[in-house]
Design a protein around this ligand. Sequence first.
Ligand code: CDP
Ligand code: CDP
Length: 216
Amino acid sequence: MGFVIAVDGPAASGKGTIASRLAAHYGLPMLDTGLLYRAVGVRLLDAGGDLDDAAAAEVSARGLDLAELERPEVRTRAAGEAASRVAVHPGVRAALFDLQRAFAGQEGGAVLDGRDIGTVIAPEAPAKLYVTASPEVRADRRWKQLTGQGETVSFEEILADIRKRDERDGGRKDAPMAQAEDATLLDTSEMTIPLAFDAALRIVETARARWGNPKG
Ligand code: CDP
Ligand code: CDP
C-alpha cells in the first residue's frame, strides 16, 4: 500500500478539513467517504424509499453514480441524518467497500476520511488520525456551517442531531465508528483550523518517517 492517511472521527469534528489540507500538503488524492453514504441516502429518499429498508438501501448503493457526490443536496442536514441511517445496513457498506478499497490502493497513496477507514477500509494504513471535539463544539461548527448554507435550524436541534448520530454510528454492529488501536487521537475542541492542521501534520510526519524507515 502507498502512503495512505486514514482520518476518522465523529460528525463535524473537523476531519474533512484536516484531510483535505493533508491531501493538498502531500499532493495526494482525497476521498470524503461520508459523501458516499450521504449520496446513497439522498438517492433513496428521491426514489421515495424507506431509509430503514435494508434491501432498498442496498439497491440505492449499488446504483450510485459518483457524479451524485457533487449535488448540493448531499451537504444538507437531512442528508447527514439519511446517511447515518443507511450506513447501518451491511449490504450498503459492502456495496461501497470495493470503491473505497481501490481508492486507498492507488499506487501513489491517498487520504480518506470517514468513520471506519483505519479499522475496516484501510487497516494497514501507515498514518491514522482519530479527530474529535466535544459535542457542543461540533454542534457549534455544524450550526454555523448549515446556517451559512441557508438552512433554518437551532443550535439545540443540531446538538441533538450530533448526539443521536454519535450513538447510532458508534453503536451499529457493522463497522462502528471507532478509533483504531494504532490511530492517534486529536481533540480539536480548543483548536483553530491552522492549529489543528499543524498538530495533524506533526502526527502524520512521525508516521511517515516510520513508514519510510520501517527498521529505524
Ligand atoms: O460530515 P459529517 O461528519 O456530518 O458526516 P459524514 O462524514 O458526511 O458522514 C455521514 C454519515 O455517513 C455518518 O454519520 C456515518 O453514519 C456514515 N459514514 C459511515 O458509516 N462510514 C464512513 N466511512 C463515512 C460515513
Ligand atoms: O468533516 P467533518 O464533518 O468532521 O468536519 P468539517 O467539515 O471538516 O468541519 C465542520 C466545520 O467546522 C467546517 O465549517 C469547518 O470550517 C469548521 N471547523 C472549525 O471551525 N474549526 C476546526 N478546528 C475544524 C473545523
